[in-house]
Design a protein around this ligand. Structure first.
Ligand SMILES: NC(=O)c1ccc[n+]([C@@H]2O[C@H](COP(=O)([O-])OP(=O)(O)OC[C@H]3O[C@@H](n4cnc5c(N)ncnc54)[C@H](O)[C@@H]3O)[C@@H](O)[C@H]2O)c1
Ligand SMILES: O=c1ccn([C@@H]2O[C@H](COP(=O)(O)OP(=O)(O)O[C@H]3O[C@H](CO)[C@@H](O)[C@H](O)[C@H]3O)[C@@H](O)[C@H]2O)c(=O)[nH]1
Length: 453
């Protein structure tokens, strides 16, 4: 079986490589020549754990190749996956120009039957726009080549993308013909052998499932951030509350970690796009509107604590930031909370030193020369007035506090991911702010009035 994947970003490259791993013959197409050249050399342009080795193996076996020519890429393939970006348009809706551009190009070049599958995250009804675009191009060519469209949203997470793809909780496929269903069943057969469910449904429901899934996960996070903020006010500990509610199987213990707000290339844009779609239908998604506003507020949470500690003017103060990427195990800086935090600190006159194990180069595109790029986490703390932990990389979990004590001007930490144990911070005599927990060794005015029965 031969397939083509158009777009070699996080989704296209991981999908293509994982399909190749099952023995399928894969051609990946991208308009970015530099990327294609790198990939042909076995160099992976993004940081995704395990991807280099998997790609190298499949390149060596000749099961995967890369090209900038879609015409060449789709020749003889049974299925074409569209996995290009769908960034937010000015009004928050998904911009479909890349997806529909690829659809038109497929229509211009296809010579035999294909299933054209939209893997990008797209609003309900987009697969039919893809169908119309292909049909239009075939009509211009005055040819009648049969094809089907299908929807197969992707649920992988950055940082664990390969595992998520090879061992998915489920595979969702929207189809409107038996022929397309048969092709996709064959394609996903190796995954079914491991017992992962393949859910066939109509195309509208499949497209909607992707937005509903991301919106539900974003809702859990914003809910927990709101509860964490209340925990601080009433003197409760959100870590205990999280464990207390997470052990109820109906709630579940995943995606209920409070922090500095959700970021990344998916949740912010997908929640926004679903709200926008609903508005277009005259339906207000009030829950999701609240999810967005809580998330917006949460990104300023650490800076609010800094303001309460130091006051509004941070001139002459220096801060060390640990972690820049929107989450650990990725170099993706899209919608990273660190960017909001740094912008606010700089606006208040502070100086900032930053360190991230893999996202420094990506971060430079946005932060340019506004910050000092440290060589490691300790270098980021030289003569700083406080350290801010923003991304919970595992290497930040057990720092050598004796070294930090000597480097920092103050023993002061603002932890945006609740990585450290407040009891240990107390023993080490740090002033320690975290999310949804009592401040350790904080100013006296911080002490909360507990409600006593
Ligand atoms: N990143 C994720 O974790 C993730 C997970 C699930 C779903 N998604 C969705 O998948 C889609 C892709 O996301 P991504 O993060 O992989 O995007 P990305 O920006 O990393 O990659 C998109 C790629 O498409 C290429 N491209 C653009 N136009 C093209 C064209 N006409 N022909 C060939 N290539 C073209 C770009 O050069 C780029 O390499 C989006 O809709 C996203 O919402 C992303
Ligand atoms: O309990 C949690 C879990 C996550 N986050 C934050 O949420 C954001 C997104 O994290 P995650 O979902 O792990 O990463 P993504 O790679 O953005 O993956 C999401 O977005 C993808 C693109 O649509 C989907 O495919 C995935 O299923 C979905 O989890 C990050 O900023 C995390 O820090 C929290 O604050 N608390």
């Amino acid at each position: 079986m031969k397939i083509t994947v158009v777009g070699t970003g996080y989704v296209g490259l991981v999908s293509g490589t994982c399909f190749a791993e099952t023995g399928i013959d894969v051609t990946c197409v991208d308009i970015d020549k530099k990327k294609v050249d790198m990939l042909l050399n076995g160099e992976v342009p993004i940081y995704e754990p395990g991807l280099d080795a998997l790609l190298a193996r499949n390149l060596e076996k000749g099961r995967i190749t890369f090209t900038t020519s879609l015409a060449k890429g789709i020749k003889d393939s049974d299925a074409v996956f569209i996995a290009v970006g769908t960034p937010p348009d000015e009004d928050g809706s998904a911009d479909l120009k890349y997806v529909l551009g690829v659809a038109r190009e497929i229509g211009r070049h296809m010579e035999d039957y294909k299933v054209i599958i939209t893997k990008s995250t797209v609003p309900v009804g987009t697969s039919f726009k893809v169908k119309a675009a292909v049909q239009e191009e075939l009509a211009k060519r005055k040819v009648d080549i049969p094809f089907d469209v299908a929807s197969n949203p992707e649920f992988l997470k950055e940082g664990s993308a390969i595992d998520d793809f090879l061992k998915p909780d489920r595979i969702v496929v929207g189809v409107e013909s038996e022929r397309a269903e048969k092709t996709l069943k064959r394609l996903y057969k190796p995954f079914l052998m491991n017992g992962h469910p393949l859910l066939f449904m109509d195309i509208f429901s499949s497209e909607m499932t992707k937005y509903a899934a991301n919106s539900m996960l974003a809702t859990k996070i914003s809910f927990m951030n709101d509860i964490a903020n209340l925990c601080e006010l009433v003197g409760a500990n959100v870590d205990l509350v999280r464990k207390g509610i997470g052990s109820d199987a109906r709630i579940g213990n995943k995606f209920i970690y409070p922090g500095t707000g959700y970021g990344g290339s998916c949740f912010p844009k997908d929640v926004q796009a679903l709200v926008r779609t609903a508005d277009e239908y005259g339906h207000s998604l009030d829950v999701l509107k609240a999810v967005e506003s809580v998330n917006y507020r949460q990104k300023s949470k650490l800076v609010e604590k800094i303001k309460a500690h130091f006051g509004e003017n941070l001139k002459g103060k220096q801060f060390g930031i640990w972690g820049l990427a929107f989450k650990p195990k990725t170099d993706d800086m899209r919608e990273a909370p660190s960017l909001v935090i740094i912008e606010q600190l700089l606006a208040m006159g502070a100086q900032v030193r930053v360190y991230d194990p893999v996202a420094m180069e990506e971060a430079k595109h946005t932060l340019k020369d506004t910050v000092v790029y440290a060589k490691d986490e300790y270098d980021a703390c030289i003569e700083v007035d406080a350290m801010l932990l923003v991304t919970e990389w595992s290497e930040f979990r057990m720092p050598n506090f004796r070294i930090l004590d000597k480097l920092m001007n103050n023993k002061l930490i603002f932890d945006g991911r609740n990585v450290y144990d407040p009891e240990e911070m107390k023993d080490l005599e740090y002033t320690y702010y975290s999310i949804g927990r009592e401040t350790v060794n904080g100013p006296k005015s911080e002490k909360k009035q507990r409600v006593v029965a």
